[in-house]
Write a protein that binds this ligand. Structure first.
Ligand code: NAD
Length: 388
């Protein structure tokens, strides 16, 4: 069948296998051009199929030439439907790693479950011995509690009072307004349950108990803070509570890791287009303005550039690496620069459906969003029939 992009409500329902492979290749080439990195040797990446997790997998595997296991939760294709982009990305990693003689494995399943933890532990024992790096990069809408079987859903809502925000439909190029009612106490607790640090801690506890963490082991999870402009919906909203929990759990995990002279870290990454961020109200508009400003200033970065900087400068290199007073690695340093934020805030006030194409980098947003699903890449024949 001929595969085209189908977008509804900022979600892309299709993906292109060859395009996905191409964009994975581009990320790999970026890392290889930077040169080999002395770093991890045996890595586990949870949430490895897209966005920041995919970039982390590429750094570990193609940057450090580590043996790696990736875990993600993706849907296979059929004769009528395409697979998810993440499925094609994982298949591309498998193929491209094999071509370079790199050892890499993929587990497709629910990382929150006990079964996947047990399967992963078995695989680490068999294939890697022990791991020295665990990257935790899940963005999930729901989580089933492994003990009780109860299903928790996360929400993207403000806390305390309703919040009216500008909203961008990037496909149509329209700006509208929406009012979000505040999250209930229960919704906040559920969001923390899904996107907070509990599962990360369960993973570390489990692998530590199984003696699968080597001396000097490092684990890192990704957080976001962002500016005042998005604070009501992000940092001070339900998802912000989950991120604060994640950051708190890092301190607790760090204590537990003393047993192996290990370290738990948080990297506060830059806001950028991924499948997860495109659906956060207000944040997609903020990102398209941020892109405009950061590109104009020549300081724009995408996932692979952020994670390359994280690995080379903060995790394994000699810096420069910005670490704040709470010990958080601030990969969002350029995003949060005063001049950048002042300019984004100025544009935010001006934006409307009439001037969006000129004021925001909506074109860049669209292109990157489509590329995450394998569309719009050079050298791919999108008219050709292809088996999904
Ligand atoms: P993404 O949507 O691109 O990728 C999410 C990954 O999680 C995918 O690999 C998916 O398969 C996996 N996943 C989801 N549910 C799973 C489950 N039950 N079991 C196993 N895997 C599962 O997301 P992203 O934007 O790269 O976000 C990754 C992390 O980075 C999140 O913690 C996010 O908050 C953080 N972050 C994102 C941004 C941003 O702007 N995108 C900025 C800073 C921090």
């Amino acid at each position: 069948m001929r595969i085209e992009a189908k977008i509804r409500n900022n979600i892309c329902l299709t993906a292109h296998p060859l395009g996905c492979e191409e964009q994975v290749k581009k990320q790999i080439n970026y890392v290889k051009n930077k040169g080999l990195l002395e770093g991890c040797k045996n890595a586990l990446i949870i949430g490895s199929s897209n966005g920041y997790g995919l970039a982390s997998r590429i750094l570990a595997s193609f940057g450090c030439k580590a043996k790696s296991i990736g875990i993600s939760f993706e849907r296979e294709g059929s004769s009528k439907h395409t697979a998810t982009a993440g499925w094609y990305n994982e298949k591309a990693i498998e193929k491209l790693a094999a071509e370079e003689g790199l050892d890499s494995w993929w587990i497709n399943g629910d990382a929150f479950s006990r079964e996947i933890k047990a399967e992963t532990a078995r695989m680490i024992g068999e294939k890697l011995g022990k791991i020295d790096l665990l990257v935790y990069s899940i963005a999930a809408p729901r989580r089933k509690d492994p003990e009780t079987g109860e299903l928790f859903s996360s929400v993207l809502k403000p806390i305390g009072e309703a919040y009216t925000s500008k909203l961008m439909d990037f496909e149509q190029g329209l700006i509208s307004e929406t009012t979000l009612e505040p999250a209930s106490e229960e919704e906040i607790a559920h969001t923390v349950k899904v996107m907070g640090g509990e599962d990360w801690m369960l993973w570390v506890d489990f692998l530590l108990k199984q003696d699968l963490l080597s001396a000097g082991f490092k684990t890192i999870a990704y957080s976001y803070i962002g500016p005042q402009l998005t604070a009501a919906i992000y940092r001070h909203g339900s998802i912000g509570e989950a991120k604060k929990d994640l950051e708190q759990k890092a301190l607790e995990i760090d204590q537990k890791l003393k047993a192996v002279r290990g370290k738990a870290l948080i990297s506060v990454n830059k806001a950028l287009v991924t499948r997860a961020s495109a659906v956060i109200p207000g944040v997609s508009l903020y990102i398209s303005l941020l892109y405009k400003v950061m590109k104009q200033k020549g300081i724009h970065e995408v996932c692979i550039e952020q994670i390359d900087r994280l690995f080379r400068h903060c995790l394994y290199g000699q810096g420069p690496c910005v670490i704040d007073e709470k010990g958080l690695l601030r990969l969002d340093d350029l995003e949060m620069r005063e001049d950048v934020q002042a300019e984004v805030a100025r544009l935010w006030e001006q934006i409307s459906s009439q001037n969006i194409e000129a004021i925001a980098d909506i074109q860049g947003f669209r292109e990157e969003f489509l590329a995450h699903h394998g569309f719009g890449l050079e050298g791919i024949d999108y008219q050709a029939d292809i088996e999904p």
